[in-house]
Write a protein that binds this ligand. Structure first.
Ligand SMILES: Nc1nc2c(ncn2[C@@H]2O[C@H](COP(=O)(O)OP(=O)(O)OP(=O)(O)O)[C@@H](O)[C@H]2O)c(=O)[nH]1
Ligand SMILES: [Mg+2]
Length: 184
């Protein structure tokens, strides 16, 4: 109780910024999710991110410092420079990009192994759930299987189906993060 109260106190009144990285392959929907969360709307015609986008967002007593980093192949090698001090990773998966789920899994394994991220929470967003199953879109359970998430025994993780276009699932994901952060 005491720990929980002091944690809430610190986050509410000292405005400690909680560093969250939004990672994933190019075209997964990271920037769309960033602005959907912080501005509550879909920003049309976003260009692929070269570098990163930073936004501060207060939600349920937590001041989130959200960093969305470009996911193109050439940019993924520079993700490491953002890792120190990361309290949570939001890994965004394009649920319709079935051919590149293996690559997404390789990137996830790289994140999991990194020394700087050992205590980071992991929220996997199976994005683009608005697309029809007939177009080959996978369910969150299928994405979870493809990434072998149940093998992650040392990690606090969660998977959530979402759509950055409709907003479905995003707040539920943020609520999971808030719950975990407050109880730390
Ligand atoms: N149908 C559908 N399309 C989405 C969704 N989220 C994003 N998109 C589309 O996917 C494309 C890529 O979105 P971005 O947010 O730019 O992707 P990104 O992950 O930031 O890509 P990089 O910056 O290159 O790493 C855009 O055309 C978005 O409109 C979603 O939930 N559903
Ligand atoms: Mg982007």
């Amino acid at each position: 109780m005491g720990v929980t109260f002091s944690s809430i106190w610190a986050r509410l009144f000292m405005r400690k910024e909680t560093k969250v990285l939004i990672l994933g392959l190019d075209n997964a929907g990271k920037s769309t999710i960033l602005y959907r969360i912080t501005m509550g709307t879909v920003v049309p015609s976003l260009s692929p991110t070269v570098g990163s986008n930073h936004e501060i967002h207060d939600y349920k007593g937590v001041r989130f410092g959200l960093i969305d980093i470009g996911g193109q192949t050439a940019l993924r090698s520079s993700w490491g420079q953002y890792f120190i001090g990361t309290e949570a990773i939001i890994l965004v998966i394009d649920s319709s990009d079935v051919n590149r789920l293996g690559l997404a899994k390789t990137e996830l394994q790289r994140l999991i192994r990194d020394e700087s991220l050992q205590t980071s929470l992991l929220l996997v967003l199976a994005n683009k759930q608005d697309l029809p199953l007939s177009q080959g879109r996978l369910t969150p359970a299928q994405v979870s299987d493809a990434l072998n998430l149940t093998d992650l025994r040392e990690r606090e993780w969660q998977i959530m189906g979402c759509s950055a276009l409709t907003g479905e699932g995003l707040m539920e994901g943020m609520d999971w993060l808030v719950g975990k952060l407050i109880s730390r």
